[in-house]
Each structure stands twice: as structure tokens, then as C-alpha cells.
Write a protein that binds this ligand. Structure first.
Ligand code: GTP
Ligand code: MG
Length: 196
């Protein structure tokens, strides 16, 4: 697959506003500010396909992109951001839960976590949810450029060790949008999910 050809399709506040539930979708999920939108831009080699921001909570809608006819990528709103009003937070959480539960074409979830703050409560819940509903999971430890290589490897091994406690296979890789680390690993994984 040539991810560079990816283009924007639509933004939706909830799953009722999404296009037909057919084909194969892969969603990027993670805490606010984890680097989801940046990772999508890095994968697709486009500067501003997905909107990024220093301010957590930038992505508030379900954003759909198309790699090819019937093959989509999804940028989900981040979870766990404390500064938004409770009502807004609940609304996001509801549409997120609904998306994960009811979107049949959702094949896999890429769960992104800042390498310096991995596996927070909501990350664990997200992974568990995905595994239990039979979805594939790839964990990316983002902003790997923020750690020196020794610390980076140690953190990777620690998270891989923890990932074994989830049922099913949860793979963990390093990622950096800044230094282009892990981009090939990500695209290979997506290729395999899109294959069948
Ligand atoms: P929400 O949409 O709010 O949930 O955030 P997000 O997960 O989409 O994060 P986004 O991609 O907008 O990035 C958040 C911040 O982290 C921005 O300031 C990015 O420049 C920065 N960032 C993202 N990826 C990297 C990376 O690989 N390395 C470094 N150093 N910074 C990064
Ligand atoms: Mg975003």
C-alpha cells in the first residue's frame, strides 16, 4: 500500500455520521497529545493531513482518511485530557466507546502512548477492549526521540513485558514522527491488516 496517497474523507461527531460500515478500517487511539495526528502525517508523508497541536484535545471528531477505495485510517479524539469540560469529555468517551463497539469494519487499533508515560489506566482499558472484541492491536511508544537510546530500549522492553499480560498478541514498537523511527514497522503492520 502506498500510504502517501492517503486523503481526507470526512469528520464525524459520532458513528451515525460515518460512511458505510464496509471495507477495512484501522484507527489511531491514545491519550491527548500522544502524537496520533503527527503519526498519521508521518505515515502518509503529508504535513497537515491530520491537524496537530501543542494543545491537548486538538482532535475532537472522528476523522476519516482513505488509503484506497475501502481501506481507511481513522484519527480518533484523544482520551484522558483533564482540561476539557466534563460534559465534553463524556461526549467524546461515549462516541469513542460506540465507535469501538459498533464499527464492524474496524480491524485494528494502533494505540499510541508517549514513551515517557506509557500504559496509563485508560490505555490499558483501550487495549483490553480491543483485544476482547477481537481487534488487532499495535502499541507505538511515541516521541522516542525524547529518550537516549539506552533508556529507549529499557522502556521498550518494560512495556513489551507488560504487554504479555494482555490476552492475545499485543505488539509494541518504538515510534518518532520527529526522527522517523518505526514508520516502516507501522506500514508493514497496516499492510498485513489490510491484506485480508
Ligand atoms: P490530540 O489530537 O489532542 O489527542 O493529540 P494527538 O495525539 O493527535 O497529538 P499531536 O500529533 O497533535 O501531537 C501533540 C504534540 O506532540 C505536538 O506538539 C507535536 O509536535 C508533538 N509530537 C508529536 N510526535 C512527536 C515526536 O515524535 N517527537 C516529538 N519530540 N514531539 C512530537
Ligand atoms: Mg490529534
Amino acid at each position: 500500500w502506498n500510504y502517501h496517497l492517503t486523503h481526507f474523507v470526512t469528520s464525524a461527531p459520532d458513528i451515525r455520521h460515518l460512511p458505510a460500515d464496509t471495507g477495512i478500517e484501522v484507527a489511531f487511539a491514545g491519550r491527548s497529545n500522544a502524537g496520533k495526528s503527527s503519526a498519521l502525517n508521518t505515515l502518509t508523508n503529508q504535513k497537515s493531513l491530520a491537524r496537530t497541536s501543542k494543545t491537548p484535545g486538538r482532535t475532537q471528531l472522528i476523522n476519516l482518511f482513505q488509503v484506497a477505495e475501502g481501506y481507511r485510517l481513522v484519527d480518533l479524539p484523544g482520551y484522558g485530557y483533564a482540561e476539557v469540560p466534563e460534559e465534553t469529555k463524556l461526549k467524546w468517551q461515549r462516541s469513542l466507546a460506540e465507535y469501538l463497539h459498533d464499527r464492524h469494519c474496524l480491524k485494528g487499533l494502533v494505540v499510541l502512548m508517549d514513551i515517557r508515560h506509557p500504559l496509563k489506566e485508560l490505555d490499558r482499558q483501550m487495549i483490553l477492549w480491543a483485544v476482547q472484541s477481537g481487534r488487532e492491536v499495535l502499541v507505538l511508544l511515541t516521541k522516542a526521540d525524547k529518550l537516549a537510546s539506552g533508556a529507549r530500549k529499557a522502556q521498550l522492553n518494560a512495556v513489551r513485558e507488560e504487554a504479555k499480560t494482555f490476552l492475545g498478541t499485543v505488539e509494541v514498537e518504538l515510534f518518532s514522527s520527529l526522527k522517523k523511527i518505526g514508520v516502516d514497522k507501522l506500514s508493514q503492520k497496516l499492510d498485513s491488516w489490510y491484506r485480508d
